[in-house]
Design a protein around this ligand. Structure first.
Ligand code: DGL
Length: 359
């Protein structure tokens, strides 16, 4: 009896087994191909106990383990990972940025890649996202994602952030919207988003609001980026061999010109002045900045006003007369990114100002 029963089911099982690769192949073909480039950060962090949501070591867990930790990714896309680097993002360098940007460009050029996710520390995530927004010549989705808590903590946010990032990276609706950041269920523009607090999962905000939301793997869009990016950008990572030295000097009451002089002596081609209010410059510092400008250093005024400084030309300082540039609504760290990329193309302050209005 047993043999007869076995005989009756084996052909079916065999057929099923034989058909399996074809069915799997069909299923795989129906899903987008998403590559996850891992760089480190808290999303790859580990703490001593589940209660350590803020005390942990960043950049410990490898990309294969991250992917294995979210098996649901395979329902969204055909996912594979590459460990590009394993660093806490406060230590990222211009060379790291170029290395990552070049790998993104190679993958974006591949017809087998539909979307790219970059796992990254949150400290400088906004800088990397903006850099890629300026230099990647593709309309394929590029999503930068991190987490505020390590995967070892209770209510860790990394798994869902990664799931959302892969969902958006695999969606056709995300094409052509520039580099995006998925944190805390929101889809943010890589240009606008900034880490506004360092101890909450809702850390990332854009002064002008998120572009959309992700809910259970589906993205919902409410607005589009207004500034030039990716395919519409005049910058291309393939034409950038190195990034120039651009420094940042923070202003405050009783400030003097020490930091500005030191940055210039260190070879800065541009100095981002982080001014109070509307990028204001202390009267104790103006003469030095005028001298530095005469020596060929670009002076770019930004603001340390949180959540949307907005520096206007000739409002607090005679920018036309001094030949200075204003950073518009870009925070200082993003102003440095644009200044570096812009200086690979021009030394003309009027051209720089155009770029700060447009990107
Ligand atoms: N060391 C910080 C970094 O890698 C940790 C912050 C984080 O990733 O959330 O950016």
């Amino acid at each position: 009896m047993k043999t007869a029963v076995l005989k009756s089911i084996i052909p079916g099982a065999l057929a099923l087994l034989l058909a399996m690769p074809a069915a799997q192949a069909q299923e795989a073909a129906a899903k987008p191909n998403v590559v996850i480039l891992a760089t480190g950060g808290t999303i790859a962090g580990a703490g001593a106990s589940a209660a350590n949501s803020a005390t942990y070591t960043a950049a410990k867990v490898g990309i294969d383990q991250l992917i294995a930790g979210v098996p649901e990714l395979s329902q969204l896309a055909n996912v594979r990972g590459e460990q590009v680097m394993q660093i806490a993002s406060e230590s990222i360098t211009n060379d790291n940025l170029l290395q990552l940007g070049r790998r993104v460009a190679e993958l974006a050029d591949s017809k087998d890649v539909d979307g790219i996710v970059i796992t990254h520390g949150t400290d400088t995530l906004e800088e990397t996202a903006y850099f890629l927004n300026l230099v990647e010549k593709t309309d394929k989705p590029i999503i930068v994602v991190g987490s505020m808590r390590p995967g070892t903590a209770m209510s860790a946010d990394g798994m869902l952030n990664l799931y959302n990032a892969v969902a958006v990276a695999g969606s056709k609706e995300a094409r052509g919207k520039g580099v995006l950041v998925t944190m805390n269920d929101e889809i943010q523009s890589g240009r606008d988003v900034s880490k506004m607090m360092n101890i909450k999962t809702e850390a990332f905000k854009s002064p002008w609001g998120p572009l959309g939301m992700v809910v259970e793997g589906k993205s919902y869009w409410f607005r589009l980026p207004a500034k030039r990016h990716t395919m519409d950008s005049e910058f291309d990572i393939k034409n950038i061999k190195s990034l120039p030295n651009v420094g940042i000097a923070y202003s405050y009451g009783n400030v003097d010109d020490t930091a500005y002089k030191a940055l210039a002596q260190n070879g800065a081609k541009a100095i981002i002045h982080v001014g109070t209010g509307n990028g204001s410059v202390s009267s104790r510092v103006v003469p030095t900045l005028q001298e530095l400008r005469k020596d060929g250093v670009q002076i770019i005024r930004s603001s340390h006003v949180n959540n949307g400084g907005f520096v206007l030309r000739n409002a607090e300082q005679p920018d036309d007369k001094y030949d200075w540039v204003v950073a518009h609504d870009l925070n200082p760290q993003k102003a440095r990114i644009l200044a570096m990329v812009a200086l690979t193309k021009t030394q003309d302050s009027k051209e720089l100002q155009r770029m700060f209005w447009e990107y």
